[in-house]
Design a protein around this ligand. Structure first.
Ligand code: 3HC
Length: 312
């Protein structure tokens, strides 16, 4: 019976069908999606912190309003994704407990500090640009609730990337030499960590093979990384910044850019909790959870008072 359902499931995936929450699915498929979607949600929520640092320091009211809207979007993306993860049988409290205890991951990129205003434009351009590359294929993920959440998220991500690039163009074209240097410095600090967002090299990725067989991962880590590099080199040229990789050059045979080695020891160190800002980011999330305990208690007390008494 179990084998028959497993074979039917594999046949549905092979036929390109989408799986709904009520459909039968292998336990490993469920666990893989729960891991990925909850960590994606954590990434969105933790991702609000680096940018939140600059909402009160934005140079104009216009930039402040845009940054505020973007950070609010990230919060909304987190809620869509926690809701999608809950369809797999986990609760919000369980997922957040995994984050706060350090058991669950969130995107490595948010463990770096945002030192200047140019970091805001650079995060929009490179980090949201990489996120779009990684998230567009997820709109075709075989798990339908995740795919539907990603369609909405991708629409907002393109605004995030555009506003970042626009802010940098303003600094590069209308700014002072000091502001141009500020942009170049930010690009040098964010370039390599942005490439790491796509995950380890395919041959060092324990989940990729299975996730690709199940239609969860439609394009491999390395291929998405390469697409991002190829798309970004031209944008950097228009912007007038130099990407910090002396080995970056167009390879006519490959019709792609060759690039320098990525420091994977930094990547594994950062995702195991030893990045520049891991303690600060997780501390902020735990503090927010603790500070919000009274709100949760009040909401539960209110619900208990007003919910119908259980039938005798
Ligand atoms: N940061 C943190 N952990 C990472 C990582 C990264 N950049 N890349 C890989 N990892 C972790 C994986 O989670 C896995 O650890 P785990 O088993 O404890 O979960 C391990 O490294 C091995 O990596 P794999 O490639 O084998 O794992 P996956 O098949 O899950 O691929 C992934 C990694 C490509 C990140 C995939 O999980 C994915 O596509 N996730 C959904 C997209 C996502 O999370 N994007 C975050 C971007 S930031 C964001 O969305 C906010 C935006 O608005 C700016």
């Amino acid at each position: 019976r179990q084998m028959q359902r497993q074979e039917q499931f594999e046949a549905r995936i092979a036929a390109g069908e989408f799986i709904e929450a009520k459909d039968w699915m292998p336990e490993h498929y469920r666990q893989t999606l729960l891991r990925q979607i909850s960590q994606h949600a954590h990434s969105e929520i933790v991702g609000m912190l680096p940018e939140g640092n600059w909402i009160t320091r934005a140079p104009t009211l216009k930039r402040k309003a845009i940054l505020l809207a973007k950070v609010q979007d990230e919060g909304g993306h987190g809620l869509y994704l926690y809701a999608a993860a809950e369809t797999l049988g986990s609760s919000r409290a369980q997922m957040l407990a995994a984050l706060h205890s350090g058991r669950a991951k969130y995107s490595s990129i948010f463990n770096y500090p945002t030192l200047t205003w140019a970091d805001m434009g650079t995060i929009g351009w490179l980090v949201d640009g990489a996120a779009i590359m990684n998230q567009v294929p997820l709109c075709r993920c075989s798990y339908a609730p995740y795919a539907r959440a990603m369609v909405r998220i991708c629409r907002e991500e393109s605004f995030h990337q555009r506003q970042g690039y626009d802010a940098l163009l303003t600094m590069m074209r209308q700014g002072s030499d000091a502001q141009r240097a500020m942009v170049q410095d930010a690009v040098e600090r964010w370039w390599w960590p942005s490439l790491m967002m796509f995950g380890p090299p395919d041959e060092q990725s324990p989940h990729s093979a299975q996730s690709m067989r199940w239609g969860i991962k439609r394009v491999s880590n390395d291929r998405l990384r390469q697409q991002f590099i190829d798309a970004t080199v031209a944008q950097a040229r228009v912007l007038g910044v130099t990407l910090p990789d002396p080995d970056l050059r167009w390879n006519p045979q490959r019709q792609q850019h060759d690039h320098g080695a990525i420091d994977w020891s930094e990547f594994w160190r950062v995702i195991s909790g030893d990045g520049p800002c891991n303690q600060e980011r997780l501390g902020a999330r735990v503090q927010a959870w603790d500070d919000g305990a009274w709100v949760r208690a009040a909401a539960l007390a209110h619900a208990a008072k007003h919910s119908p008494a259980p039938a005798q």
